[in-house]
Write a protein that binds this ligand. Structure first.
Ligand code: ZN
Length: 268
């Protein structure tokens, strides 16, 4: 009687064991699956995060396209034309100087602090008008001249536009915008002329002239390239204008129109 009971009890335990092991097998499989899933999701997240950090540190290169979400310098942007840049084409905008390199200084006004806002307005206007933009800097940071050209060359940019202000101590009467291009570079001369034409037709400031000059960023860039001297900081009226937000925005619109005209001309 006692033996039978024991045997019965023993047999029952044995029958339950099969189910138990089956359930255990399923449970272990699920746990293993979940652990592996968590591991892969974790590794993927770390990789995505690392690549994002790497992008941010990627020589400060920032790409803006029509669907880029970023803090705009301009609240509203008027549409100049329905131009839409095709494929992976970029316009590189280069705000002159930055960081320890102030550029020209008049009293406590630094050239770098005029170049940057105009460049940011120009970025907003171009992006809203369908042009993809890369900035060499979007903050007050120092970048070597060679690196500025390298950013454009690495991106195989369509055009390069450097934004500066002029200073001429010998004659404070001189004012107005000038557009520099590399000597004998016909495409860049056409580009410079397109910008100057718009500036002169709108009359917000004087478009003085196009100038052929062997400047580092013009020499080292592989695409058509201009360096725009927005105005003369050595001229007191021009200096006041250059610091004025409305004037900066007007200039940015004129340069944007010149850029888009040149892009359209070269589209065919
Ligand atoms: Zn400069």
């Amino acid at each position: 009687m006692r033996n039978n009971k024991r045997r019965g009890h023993y047999n029952r335990r044995k029958r339950h064991s099969k189910k138990y092991y089956f359930k255990k097998f399923i449970r272990n499989t699920l746990v293993t699956f979940m652990v592996m899933l968590t591991f892969f999701v974790g590794v993927s997240l770390v990789l995505i995060l690392a690549s994002k950090i790497k992008d941010k540190e990627n020589n400060g290169i920032e790409i803006y396209t029509a669907d880029t979400d970023y803090d705009k310098a301009l609240d509203d942007v008027d549409i100049i034309t329905d131009y839409r840049m095709s494929g992976k084409e970029y316009v590189v905008l280069d705000a002159g100087h930055g960081g320890k390199d102030t550029g020209a200084i008049v009293d406590d006004i630094y050239e770098k602090d005029i170049n940057l806002p105009v460049t940011l307005y120009l970025r907003d206007i171009l992006v809203e008008n369908g042009v993809s933009v890369i900035l060499t800097r979007s903050t007050d940071t120092f970048i070597e001249l060679e690196e500025r050209a390298q950013i454009a060359n690495d991106a195989e940019a369509t055009m390069f536009v450097s934004i500066h202000c002029n200073y001429y101590e010998d004659d404070s009467d001189i004012s107005g915008l000038e557009c520099y291009y590399y000597p004998d570079d016909v495409d860049s001369l056409c580009f410079a002329t397109d910008i100057l034409d718009i500036v002169n037709s709108n009359g917000v400031t004087i478009g003085r002239k196009t100038v052929a000059e062997d400047l580092s960023v013009l020499r080292n860039t592989n695409m058509r390239a201009v360096l725009i001297e927005l105005g003369y900081m050595s001229n007191s009226t021009n200096l006041k204008q250059l610091q004025d937000e409305d004037f900066q925005i007007e200039l940015a619109y004129e340069i944007a129109e010149g850029i888009i005209n040149n892009l359209t001309e070269n589209d065919d």
